[in-house]
Design a protein. Structure first.
Length: 229
C-alpha cells in the first residue's frame, strides 16, 4: 500500500517515519513524505499511484493553495484522502461531504463554524540549512494555536482577562505573515514581566495542530491495519 503525507512543518519527516515504523504490521507500507502541499501537487502523474494521502500542512503565501477540485479529482479516482492540523483540516471541513476524512480539534472547529477564516491556520515558513540538508522552519504562529495558548494561560493565571483579550485582538488584527510573538507582544503593550512569563508558558505547551497531525496519522494507521487483515 502506497501512502503519501504532506507535512514536514507541523510534523517533521523523522516523526512521521518513526510513527509508521513503530507499527510492525505496517512494515510493507510504501511511505512517502512531501513538503507542505501547494496548487498542482495533486495533479502530478505519480499521485495516482497512491492508495492513501494525508494532508497536514499547505502553502498559503509562498505558493497558491491546493484547490478543492484537485482533491475531489483524486478522491473520485479511488484514493482515500485525510486532513488535519492546518490546510488539511481546512480542506477536510469543506470536502468531508465528498469523501475527505477530517480528523482532530482544528477540523472540528471549522466544521462547527467556530472558525471560518483561512488565516486561523495560516503560517509562514522557510527552508533552513541543517545537518541533513534543509529543514522547513515555521516563522510565524497560527492564530488557532495562539487562541488555545492564551486560553490556557488565562486558566492558569499567567495572564488576566484584559491581557488575554488585548493579545487575541492584537494578533487577529495583524496580517498573518506578521504574526510573531515579538510583534504581538509589542503591539499589545503588555509588561515585560508578563511577556517573559507568557513566553516561558508557551514553550511548555503542545501545539494543537501537532496533536491533530499525530491523531490523523494514527487514524490512517488504524484504517490501513484493518484493510490489510
Amino acid at each position: 500500500m502506497k501512502v503519501a503525507i504532506f507535512s514536514k512543518l507541523t510534523l517533521k519527516e523523522n516523526e512521521i517515519k518513526n510513527l509508521f515504523e513503530s507499527h510492525k504490521k505496517l512494515k510493507n507500507v510504501d511511505l512517502h513524505i512531501y513538503d507542505p502541499i501547494k496548487r498542482g501537487d495533486l495533479q502530478k502523474p505519480e499521485i495516482l499511484n497512491y492508495d492513501i494521502i494525508g494532508i497536514i500542512d499547505g502553502c498559503f503565501l509562498q505558493n497558491t493553495a491546493v484547490g478543492h477540485r484537485e482533491i475531489l479529482h483524486i478522491i473520485r479516482k479511488g484514493i482515500k484522502v485525510y486532513g488535519a492540523g492546518s490546510m488539511g483540516a481546512l480542506r477536510a471541513s469543506e470536502l468531508d461531504g465528498f469523501g475527505m476524512v477530517g480528523v482532530g480539534k482544528v477540523y472540528n472547529l471549522y466544521k462547527s463554524g467556530t472558525l471560518c477564516d483561512d488565516d486561523e491556520v495560516a503560517v509562514t515558513f522557510d527552508n533552513v540549512k541543517s545537518q541533513n540538508g534543509f529543514e522547513i522552519i515555521q516563522v510565524t504562529f497560527s492564530m488557532v494555536s495562539f487562541r488555545e495558548f492564551m486560553a490556557n494561560a488565562l486558566s492558569n493565571d499567567v495572564i488576566n482577562r484584559e491581557e488575554h483579550d488585548i493579545l487575541i485582538k492584537s494578533a487577529k488584527e495583524l496580517y498573518y505573515p506578521l504574526r510573531t510573538y515579538e510583534t504581538v507582544f509589542e503591539k499589545s503593550q503588555i509588561s515585560w514581566e508578563t511577556t517573559e512569563n507568557l513566553m516561558n508558558y508557551i514553550k511548555s505547551q503542545k501545539d494543537m495542530k501537532m496533536i491533530d497531525g499525530f491523531e490523523m496519522l494514527n487514524h490512517m494507521i488504524n484504517d490501513i491495519s484493518n484493510f490489510k487483515k
